[in-house]
Unconditional design. Structure first.
Length: 196
């Protein structure tokens, strides 16, 4: 490659890193909030495409399908134990699960670690996250990301550029949007409220 090309690539990477750091700081600040986001207007899913099905195993070896969550608002969150931005957004996801789980919302965490269950299960069992002044475990279902199934799902919703990547799905099974990078907890909360 020519020297100029390397320079452009380096600038693009630096800009992307700065954006991730900025969003991560915003997310960390947002996870310390205790009040709910202001009410949101109802979101219409008219014209949105149906989300593809996703079938994976949970940490107990049980087969879980996205179709099992029909009638719920679902955030499918692709993450990994080694991913710093993923770990930074987990407190926000725990908080959203606490606030809206009983109202018809769930996070489905899809762990994309190459080592699978031997890496993921101890992490989920051991780690605690600061949420509203409490140390809490991940309180939502964790699935093991099978490369082929996860790739097929992600390819049908626009692909994966990195971790974390999340896909918000409405009660009627429509893909509302795909979030590449850490979620913005305030915007996501408004979207969840608008879909419930």
């Amino acid at each position: 490659m020519k020297r100029g090309s390397w320079y452009v690539i380096a600038l693009a990477l630096a800009a992307a890193l700065a954006l991730v750091v900025q969003r991560t700081q915003r997310i960390a600040a947002g996870s310390r909030r205790t009040e709910a986001a202001p009410p949101s207007a109802k979101l219409s899913t008219q014209g949105m495409k149906p989300a593809p099905d996703l079938v994976l195993k949970d940490l107990n070896g049980k087969t879980v399908s996205l179709k099992d969550y029909a009638g719920k608002v679902v955030l499918v969150n692709f993450w990994a134990t080694w991913c710093d931005p993923c770990r930074t957004e987990i407190p926000s996801l725990i908080d959203l699960q606490q606030k809206y789980g009983a109202k018809g919302f769930t996070v489905l965490g899809v762990a994309m670690d190459d080592e699978g269950k031997p890496a993921v299960q101890p992490y989920v069992e051991k780690e605690r996250f600061e949420v509203n002044g409490q140390k809490l475990p991940m309180n939502y279902p964790i699935l093991l990301g099978d490369g082929d199934a996860a790739d097929a799902f992600l390819n049908s919703v626009g692909g994966i550029m990195g971790l974390p990547t999340s896909v918000l799905i409405s009660r009627d099974g429509k893909r509302v949007h795909t979030i590449i990078g850490p979620v913005d907890p305030e915007k996501l909360e408004r979207d969840i409220q608008g879909l419930l």
